[in-house]
Design a binder for this molecule. Structure first.
Ligand SMILES: NC(=O)C1=CN([C@@H]2O[C@H](COP(=O)(O)OP(=O)(O)OC[C@H]3O[C@@H](n4cnc5c(N)ncnc54)[C@H](OP(=O)(O)O)[C@@H]3O)[C@@H](O)[C@H]2O)C=CC1
Ligand SMILES: CC(=O)[C@@H](O)[C@H](O)COP(=O)(O)O
Ligand SMILES: [Mn+2]
Length: 382
């Protein structure tokens, strides 16, 4: 029985993680649920999975939830509550499915507590990749990728030494505006941007897909997860999201991982690794029905957020944290209708051009760079 602490239980990855759990009740038990503001859903989840601990974002939400929890479930809230969920002694694995760089501290705390991580929250590795990697190595803790591309690469690598790897290739669907020119991006609506062609996901990552920032974050995530230099990481467009990513080895063999686009597959593999369980709810991929798959070169002038991510990743230090934090604010502002779609990249560009990076930042320095980037991004155009 694997005991799970799930951070971000009410989101897209969180609810799909609970779906996986509910299909294998003999193998998994939920020990902790950490949600943000969705009181109604976390109450429902708590009554269904009866965890030892529930955490919510604020005291106000906790007051709304308290009376509705099952007997024996402890309620906590805020940053401390999240850390308590991340470090629960009874948990065997912590799934980090909250969104944004707020995932960094609880992830570090979970690692320090010796917990393997099912890592969905890519912003964590972008913000503090060196700290997370160092802590995971020091504690001998595994970072098990949940992000579909990284789960694919993890499966393709299958323990091969890094010296055998020629390049890692991440596939990008192109997002909701894949076939539009830059001129055609002027005036696009939030609703259009949220219409991802292949995946149903939270709003932040869906907008990131549309700007290609998602692939930028994933490039940096891959660098840290697989200890591969940026020069050996490539991105290509693959509209169907069937080949989830691939690895070319030095002997020119290419190993790819494929399947229907369904996050329950990588989520489950992170939970069951090194075993594979059945996925009865996931349809089998029929290549003869598909007939064709398409691949094309990435256009870095069209998708500038990806170019900026490579530049920030190579610059290192606090630069990726600034890229990420400015992007988080810009996406939030776009979602509320405060700025136009193309302003997202202008905001990120302004932040990274104005930042004086620190080479080997501490957690505190990352926090300061993150705060500075948020202030800069919030001030843009006001
Ligand atoms: N969705 C997907 O298919 C994929 C997502 N990812 C990554 O996984 C992460 C989660 O994405 P996704 O599930 O789409 O995001 P969602 O927006 O759907 O969910 C975010 C989750 O974070 C929770 N949350 C927000 N603030 C807090 C807080 N202060 N304390 C505790 N919980 C909080 C939300 O709670 P509440 O709703 O209660 O406020 C919610 O449960 C992201 O980093 C994303 O990039 C990676 C690959 C695929
Ligand atoms: C499901 C998943 O892992 C997402 O991060 C997905 O990769 C988004 O797709 P694109 O960024 O390729 O549009
Ligand atoms: Mn992904």
């Amino acid at each position: 029985m694997k005991r799970i602490s799930l951070l971000g239980s009410t989101g897209s990855v969180g609810t799909q993680t609970l779906d996986v759990v509910s299909r294998h009740p003999e193998s998994f038990r939920v020990e902790a649920l950490a949600a943000g503001r969705n009181a109604e859903l976390v109450i429902e989840q708590a009554n269904r999975f009866r965890p030892r601990l529930v955490s919510v974002a604020t005291k106000e939400i906790a007051d709304r939830v308290e009376a509705h929890l099952p007997a024996g479930t402890k309620l906590v809230y805020g940053d401390e509550g999240l850390i308590e969920a991340a470090t629960l002694p009874d948990a065997d694995i912590v799934v980090t499915a909250i969104v944004g760089s707020q995932g960094l501290k609880p992830t570090l705390a979970a690692i320090e507590a010796g917990k393997p991580i099912g890592l969905a929250n890519k912003e964590t590795l972008v913000s503090g990749g060196h700290l997370v990697s160092e802590a995971a190595k020091r504690k001998g803790v595994r970072l098990l990728p949940v992000d579909s591309e990284h789960s694919a690469i993890f499966q393709c690598l299958n323990g091969e030494p890094r010296s055998a790897v020629r390049r890692i290739v991440l596939t990008a669907s192109g997002g909701s505006f894949r076939d539009r020119t830059r001129d055609e991006l002027v005036g696009v609506t939030v609703q259009e941007a949220l219409a991802h062609p292949n995946w149903s996901m939270g709003s932040k990552v869906t907008i990131d897909s549309a700007t290609m920032a998602n692939k930028g974050l994933e490039v940096i995530e891959a660098h840290w997860l697989f200890d591969v230099p940026f020069e050996q990481i490539e991105v290509i467009v693959h509209p169907e999201s069937i080949v989830h990513s691939f690895v070319e080895f030095e002997d020119r063999s290419i190993v790819a991982q494929m399947g229907v686009p369904d996050m329950r597959v990588p989520i489950q593999y992170a939970l069951t690794y090194p075993e594979r369980f059945a996925s009865p709810a996931v349809p089998s991929l029929d290549l003869t029905e598909l007939g064709k798959l398409h691949f094309r070169k990435m256009d870095y002038d069209r998708f500038r957020m990806l170019r900026m991510a490579f530049d920030c990743g190579k610059a290192g230090g606090t630069m990726p944290a600034v890229y990420n934090a400015a992007n988080e604010v810009a996406v939030a502002r776009f979602l509320t209708g405060d700025i136009a779609f193309l302003d997202i990249e202008s905001i990120v560009e302004t932040a990274i051009n104005g930042h004086r990076p620190i080479a080997y930042p501490t957690l505190e320095e990352i926090g300061e760079a993150d705060d500075w980037a948020r202030r800069t991004a919030n001030g843009y155009g006001r």
